[in-house]
Design a protein around this ligand. Structure first.
Ligand code: NAP
Length: 242
């Protein structure tokens, strides 16, 4: 398979790329800081490195880079500093998702391409009736006001849910929702649920980035896993944190 990963220099993106390469797939990455890629990944013959600022690419470049990809994954996230949180681009994840999906459609490859979005348990799947307490609603309202990246994450998932929807012939999607992200060396046991089973605000569990990468790699390569979760926003928890 050929997979395009954006956000590939990130803490989760790197682990996903490594696992896809270990499974023998070809991976394309569009990165603005190639020096951040670990050597084992950067020097892998199956890695195609495109050095560019994603949202500065033209539409025709996006079309070229998504051409013949079986899957496109966004592990994008705003850098956790003042510029990343409050500076441009405010809608990094939403705009990347929108433009990459448009590019997939423009390629008109005759088969559907998988789009996987890294999202968050702080966002609800509004296709389902996910219960949220009054206290959680208040805190999420505050987060929306104070932390623009949260709104960006919500808008990216909403774009997939409402603009791409469940029946698009070109794009099938999954928005993966990890709980509190932690770093671990190895893949461990994890559980995947259609909706949160604990409060993301008042009782968050943990999800290791390497487990997120493993689940995303399974979504791409295992048809039964894809068919189980396509068009949904699965929540992933480390078993050890439950
Ligand atoms: N922290 C948590 O507990 C938690 C929980 C659930 C979900 N999440 C979500 O998970 C996602 C990824 O998390 P992570 O920790 O793996 O992220 P990360 O390490 O911060 O990686 C973010 C990636 O996005 C890229 N990026 C940032 N700004 C960009 C821009 N303007 N243009 C192009 N690329 C840009 C970064 O590129 P550079 O390397 O060039 O900066 C990097 O590759 C985020 O959306 C976050 O909201 C976080």
């Amino acid at each position: 398979m050929t997979i395009l990963v954006v956000g590939a220099t990130g803490a989760t993106g790197q682990l996903l790329v490594e696992q896809l390469l270990n499974r023998g797939h070809k991976v394309k990455v569009i990165v603005r800081s190639p020096e951040k890629l670990v050597k084992a990944v950067a020097n892998n013959d199956n890695l195609a490195l495109i050095s560019a600022n994603l949202l500065e690419l033209s539409d025709s470049e996006m079309i070229k880079y998504t051409n013949k990809c079986d899957a496109v994954v966004s592990c994008l996230g705003h850098n956790l500093n003042l510029k990343g949180i409050y500076g441009q681009p405010h809608k990094l994840v939403r705009d990347a998702t929108h433009r990459l999906c448009n590019a997939i459609k423009a390629n008109n490859s005759g088969k559907s391409t998988k789009y996987i979005l890294m999202n968050t348990t702080g966002n609800s799947n509004r296709d389902l009736n996910e219960p949220i307490s009054f206290g959680e609603k208040c805190v999420i309202g505050l987060i929306r006001l104070l932390l623009p990246p949260h709104v960006d994450n919500e808008m990216a998932a909403d774009y997939l849910r409402t603009n791409i929807g469940q029946k698009d012939p070109m794009v099938e999607w999954v928005a993966v929702r990890p709980d509190n992200l932690v770093n671990e060396e190895n893949v461990t046991k994890y559980q995947v649920h259609p909706s949160p089973i604990r409060s993301a605000i008042f009782n968050a569990g943990q999800t290791s980035r390497i487990n997120v990468g493993h689940f995303m790699a399974d979504l791409i390569t295992e048809e039964n896993v894809w068919n189980k979760w396509k068009g949904q926003m699965p929540v992933i928890y480390n078993v050890a944190s439950m």
